[in-house]
Design a protein around this ligand. Structure first.
Ligand code: ADP
Ligand code: MG
Length: 346
């Protein structure tokens, strides 16, 4: 994992003149650049169940395109190993067998499971890959959710302490039946970091890699920051804040990403590990930190613990900033971000 970048201390620009969706990025096109150098951009839909975007500045177009190919290949590799939607993925093998005994896994998955457990500890249990022990019974597209009885029966299996890793043998084991894990809350951030590492190894200095709500930026746009808009939870085309960013990762989690509404209740994809229900303490949370693994691992916290508790955790970490939208429309910022004059969006 690459830890070289640092969170830029940012000034948050309030309101929005131009409608920009999150994540939305503007590029300075060929400004004061040598003739052959150019911005390259590619968008691929479907890998990791989301949209992958790579944008980069390259002096050599062919080398730039090859670098993008390499990032996309890495995303497909991670998807193949870590998707619970693929029955023959490594993670599906773990879910099928780890309750019966230790399952040997490769280093990459082992390390990511270890990282996931670390984020469970950091977030005081809000982030928990065993959410899937209940989460697998939800199908938001089909407007389907488990009954209270089904949730009650499955809930004891939700607890990251049930995931036992043994570094000596590179195995994972579940301490009880019924446990399932899912990396949907961290694999995209991890994949973004791997993508950025590939670009850095090839000497690329200005780039964006994004997988759904998880993005990371290296460098600037030749003297100017990248501009990322945070969308209004209820209005796709309205922006509540625009963040000028350089050398940072950013993840936004929102209750509007995968959801359905029924009788005034929103059922959405972030699950409270304590209850097995959708976690609705906030509407959206945008987290900034040096790596996308970190921002992804942290962006679910406020949904479960509430905005104030999440901010307490983030400020303790020192390298994390956040913008959180509460259900009453109030927007909260960590101390590292200068609050705009009007912070309410009702
Ligand atoms: P995206 O998938 O767009 O990156 P998020 O980063 O907000 O969105 O992650 C949401 C995903 O995280 C869910 O779809 C699910 O796979 C997973 N998830 C849901 N609840 C939890 C939780 N409490 N802890 C860890 N992962 C979770
Ligand atoms: Mg994410």
């Amino acid at each position: 994992m690459n830890l070289v970048s640092t969170v830029a201390r940012l000034r948050v620009v309030a309101g929005a003149a131009a409608p920009v969706c999150a994540p939305a990025f503007t590029l300075a096109l060929a400004l004061a650049a040598p003739a052959r150098a150019e911005w390259l951009s590619r968008t691929v839909d479907g890998t990791m169940g989301t949209r992958i975007v790579v944008e980069l500045w390259s002096d050599d177009r062919a080398a730039g395109e090859r670098a993008i190919d390499a990032v996309m290949a890495e995303m497909r590799h991670i998807d193949t190993n870590m998707s619970t939607y693929k029955p023959d993925s490594e993670i599906s093998r773990v879910n099928a067998h780890a309750a019966q005994g230790p399952v040997k896994i490769d280093t990459e998955l082992f390390d990511l499971l270890e990282t996931a457990l670390e984020y469970s500890r950091i977030t005081e249990g809000a982030f928990d890959i065993t959410y899937a022990s209940v989460g697998f019974m939800y199908d938001f597209r089909a407007h389907h959710r488990p009954t209270e009885q089904q949730i009650d029966a499955a809930l004891p299996a939700v607890n990251y302490h049930h995931v036992l890793l043994d570094r000596a043998t590179h195995t994972v084991r579940f301490s009880r039946p019924g446990v399932r894990i899912d990396l949907g809350g961290i694999a995209k951030g991890y994949a973004v970091d791997r993508g950025i590492e590939i670009l850095q190894r090839r000497g690329i200095k200005h780039a964006l890699v994004s997988a759904g709500g998880d993005s990371r930026i290296i460098g600037d746009r030749f003297g100017k920051p990248w501009i990322v808009g945070i969308r209004h939870p209820d209005h796709k085309d309205q922006v509540i804040a625009r963040l000028p960013l350089v050398d940072t990762a950013i993840s936004t989690s929102g209750d509007y990403e995968r959801y359905y509404d029924e009788n005034g209740v929103r059922y959405h994809h972030i699950i409270d590990p304590r209850t097995g229900h959708s976690a609705s303490a906030v509407r959206s949370a945008t987290v900034l930190a040096p790596t996308a693994t970190r921002t992804d691992g942290l962006s679910k916290t406020a949904f479960v613990l509430g905005a104030e508790e999440a901010i307490r955790i983030y400020e303790k970490l020192g390298d994390v900033d956040a913008v959180i939208v509460r259900p009453d429309g109030k927007v909260l910022y960590t101390k590292g971000l200068e609050p705009p004059p009007a912070a309410d969006h009702r």
